[in-house]
Write a protein that binds this ligand. Structure first.
Ligand SMILES: Cc1cc2nc3c(=O)[nH]c(=O)nc-3n(C[C@H](O)[C@H](O)[C@H](O)COP(=O)(O)OP(=O)(O)OC[C@H]3O[C@@H](n4cnc5c(N)ncnc54)[C@H](O)[C@@H]3O)c2cc1C
Length: 541
């Protein structure tokens, strides 16, 4: 691929970058989006899964609360297929101060957040596993949101309006002519090829990596603090409603039911490097203890997987004294104007924010770009829906089963946990143009349910080989790569039933398949073709 030219270069293919590409493409700009990896492989694919009602912030961070209230309602309308309307409960546990409930209700009233106190007995009827010692309970419109569906849907929408979505393209350098940024040098991480993208404007949506990107344009010291948090997925839906502790935001105080599992999180620790976010045993123990406070017996459930993500928290030296604790940094977002701050033109950075506010963040940065260009174009993302959301229906947990029942007798089921049939898998392999099982996992949630790939991934590998894209050696390499990635999230929680499950998987992969001795590909890494975003499968699953 030789050089490319575009109106707008978006750096980062997480929720923010995909939202920015969708917004800018809808306004008629020519857009190129680049990400060094697959879409949503950064923080957006490693978050907690909560579409915030705003309740978490009503007392401590009212601006963030107001934004969540408004965006929660808009996202339900424009990307309903990505959202499950679980509802949410804020509960006062025996260790929390019941008086905080009054502050909470007052904050909800100020933010126009529809919250209601219900009798504890009713909360326990809704969620029988909840701690029977809870003292107060409030309902709020929390929901769970699927990050991969969201990001792919926005990217496909942008592509349908002409955007070029280049996954596995790393920005190596930003080009500067005088005071202006004029584009970037990128490398195709799959082929090794390097080329230039000439851009009228560059929008930096690289989240926790934002400071690294602007450094390439000679800009030092922007205040993006990487705030690490860990989460643990439990092997089934211990609750069907999002459960929040009704207290000042703290660690391990939210349990989110998402698809077939429920996720407890999270910690908040300043990280030195967004690529170095190891999970410690102390953090795991703390999360499991925190889970016990909400759902007694939590530790007896099978913990499936633990992972970490890194928040792009915004705290510039010019916006006030640094907070000692990352929890004290506001969860609102900021468009960093590099003309004002650094005297650099044609470059803007997005920082802070939440996945819940991705649409507003995109609108704010594209509005700022339009103002600087002197080319005001109206934002349309509150009224247009990206592909997969046309029927306006929120996702429901039974929808995969309903779809699956239509072909129950005719089609091989590849993944029992997530109900993925062979046809869908083959279509996705072809449409995404990938043979990386991890990319397929992110598209279909293959291997993300209770067996964590133990029973489906060798079948999927056989199919990958069968559809003619991989040699036997490459297929084995792809399988090994997938299992190694899964293993990283499993070893810190190897106890009880999960240890038994891991032993079973070990027998399957070592005992039956003798995985270690299967022939390997040349470099042992999964092979991959250029992805075809335009024809990526519809989001509705
Ligand atoms: C533990 C945790 C839990 C959270 N839970 C929630 C929640 O429940 N609800 C909620 O609303 N929000 C939540 N958040 C916040 C939310 O996840 C983030 O604010 C959001 O995902 C950030 O999206 P982003 O697109 O800005 O960043 P990212 O998703 O990190 O995207 C940045 C992208 O830039 C790419 N990139 C980096 N360097 C380069 C380069 N050189 N070249 C090309 N590309 C590059 C990366 O690969 C990455 O894909 C949570 C965050 C954390 C850490």
């Amino acid at each position: 691929m030789s050089g490319q030219t575009t109106d707008v270069l978006v750096i980062g293919g997480g929720a923010t970058g995909a939202g920015v590409a969708w917004d800018a493409a809808l306004r008629g700009f020519d857009v190129v989006l680049v990400d060094r990896a697959d879409l949503a492989e950064g923080t957006s694919g490693r978050f907690h899964g909560l579409l915030h009602s705003g309740g978490r912030y009503v007392v401590k961070d009212p601006v963030a609360a107001d934004e969540c209230v408004a965006e929660n309602a808009i996202l339900r309308r424009v990307i309903p297929d990505c959202i499950e309307d679980t509802g949410g409960l804020f509960v006062v546990t025996p260790e929390d101060d019941p008086a905080y409930g009054d502050q909470f209700l007052e904050g909800c009233r100020r933010a126009a957040l529809p919250a209601e106190e219900i009798p504890v007995s009713e909360a326990l009827r809704m969620e029988p596993r909840l701690n029977p010692g809870i003292r107060r309970a409030f309902t709020v419109p929390d929901a769970s949101i699927d990050a991969w569906k969201t990001v792919w849907s926005l990217a496909r929408g942008a592509a349908a309006h002409g955007a070029r979505i280049l996954t596995y393209h790393r920005v190596l350098d930003l080009h500067r002519e005088g005071d202006a940024v004029t584009g970037a040098r990128v490398r195709n991480e799959l082929s090794g090829e390097e080329f230039d993208i000439e851009a009228g404007f560059t929008l930096n949506a690289s989240g926790a990596w934002a400071a690294q990107i602007v450094r390439m344009a000679g800009i030092e010291g922007i205040g993006v603090i990487p705030g690490k948090g860990i989460m643990i997925a439990m092997n089934h839906r211990l609750v069907n409603t999002v459960i929040n502790r009704c207290t000042m935001p703290a660690d391990g105080d939210i349990l989110v039911p998402i698809r077939t599992v429920s996720v407890i999180g999270t910690t908040d620790i300043r990280a030195a490097d967004p690529d170095e976010i190891p999970v410690t045993q102390d953090e795991v123990d703390q999360m499991l203890d925190d889970g016990e406070r909400l759902v007694p017996g939590f530790r007896e459930a099978r913990a499936l997987r633990v992972w970490a993500g890194v928040r792009p928290l915004w705290q510039d030296e010019k916006s006030g004294p640094a907070a000692a604790d990352t929890r004290d940094v506001s969860r609102t977002h900021a468009v960093v104007d590099h003309i004002q701050r650094d005297g650099v033109e044609r470059l803007l950075t997005m920082s802070g924010g939440k996945l819940t506010t991705l649409r507003l963040m995109a609108q704010d940065i594209v509005d700022a770009m339009c103002r600087q260009m002197g080319d005001e174009r109206r934002c349309r993302t509150t009224e247009e829906s990206p592909p997969g959301n046309e029927d306006g229906e929120l996702y429901s947990i039974g929808s995969r089963l309903r779809r699956r029942e239509k072909t129950l007798r005719d089609e091989q089921l590849v993944c029992e946990c997530e109900l993925i049939g062979r046809t869908r898998l083959e279509e996705t392999i072809r449409r995404r143009g990938t043979t990386n099982l991890d990319d397929i996992r992110r598209s279909l949630r293959l291997g993300m349910g209770p067996c964590q790939g133990g029973f489906c991934i060798y079948r999927a590998t056989g199919i990958l080989h069968g559809v003619g894209r991989l040699s036997g050696a490459e297929a084995s390499a792809s399988l090994r790569h997938f299992l190694q990635e899964r293993w990283k999230g499993m070893w810190p929680i190897l106890y009880g039933d999960q240890l038994r499950e891991a032993r079973l998987d070990d027998w399957v992969f070592q005992g039956l398949l003798d995985l270690e001795h299967l022939p390997a590909g040349a470099d042992g890494a999964p092979a991959q073709a250029e992805p075809d975003v335009q024809s990526e499968e519809p989001a509705r699953a």
